[in-house]
Design a protein around this ligand. Structure first.
Ligand code: ADP
Length: 227
């Protein structure tokens, strides 16, 4: 049956000749969505960036879907009203699902304040038989506000930004996340290790792979693309 939210009718999913398992095999990993959720300044981007690097060094393909980057592109017509926040998350969820089907480990770093929206993205993945790993990036508001890496809390307190999560918009904490990180108590390294450990235990990546891939900095600026 066509869901009420679907405008186009008479559309069906077209299967190709190469399966998801085929793609997983050439990448030597399984596709998955790591979904970071937490207050602004809680550490979502910091952890996603460090995790991307750690995975890269193990020869694993991941791709960050990050707040501003997405809002500059696919979601540039969306603001911060409740309806737009919902649509923002829905679209990111669909994009993450495509990445997972392609075999990539996508790292979604968005506040995603509403539990119902996160649950919908989870359901979307479960229906498609794709792994969804919700990571609660948990940091007390007072600490996030003290960090204030982009100066946004200051502006929200001054009334320059409205509907700011934690100040005048709600944040609904996950009740049963796959991974719960207290970023006021852990180091970034410990947080990354916790996620890598989860991915290994759940067969998304192989465990014990050597740290054999050089980081971009170690590889040097011109390596790999000479000529
Ligand atoms: P978000 O993406 O959730 O808005 P950011 O990652 O942009 O948050 O900012 C988090 C800030 O907190 C950064 O300045 C980071 O260096 C700092 N920070 C301090 N300790 C941690 C930690 N354990 N984990 C993640 N970030 C931390």
């Amino acid at each position: 049956m066509t869901p009420a939210s679907q405008k186009a009718t008479n559309v069906t999913w077209q299967e190709g000749l190469i399966s998801r398992e085929d793609r997983y095999q050439i990448l030597r990993q399984k596709g998955a969505t790591i979904w970071f959720t937490g207050l602004s300044g809680s550490g979502k981007s910091t952890i996603a960036i460090a995790l991307e690097r750690a995975l890269f060094r193990q020869g694993k393909l991941s791709y960050r879907l990050d707040g501003d980057n997405v809002r500059l592109g696919i979601n540039k017509n969306l603001g911060f009203s409740e309806a737009d926040r919902r649509e923002n998350i829905r679209r990111i969820g669909e994009v993450a699902k495509l990445f997972g089907d392609a075999g990539t480990i996508s790292l979604s770093a968005f506040i995603s304040p509403y539990a119902a929206d996160r649950d919908e993205v989870r359901r979307l993945h479960e229906d498609a038989d794709l792994r969804f790993v919700e990571v609660f990036v948990d940091c007390p508001l007072s600490e996030a506000e003290r960090r204030d890496p982009k100066g946004l809390y200051k502006r929200a307190r001054a009334g320059e930004i409205r509907n700011f999560t934690g100040i005048d918009d709600p944040y609904e904490a996950p009740t049963n996340p796959e991974i719960h990180l207290r970023t006021d108590r852990l180091t970034v390294e410990e947080e990354v290790s916790a996620i890598i450990g989860y991915l290994e235990r759940h067969g998304i990546i192989e465990s014990g792979l050597p740290d054999e891939w050089p980081s971009p900095a170690e590889r040097g600026p011109a390596a790999g693309d000479a000529g």
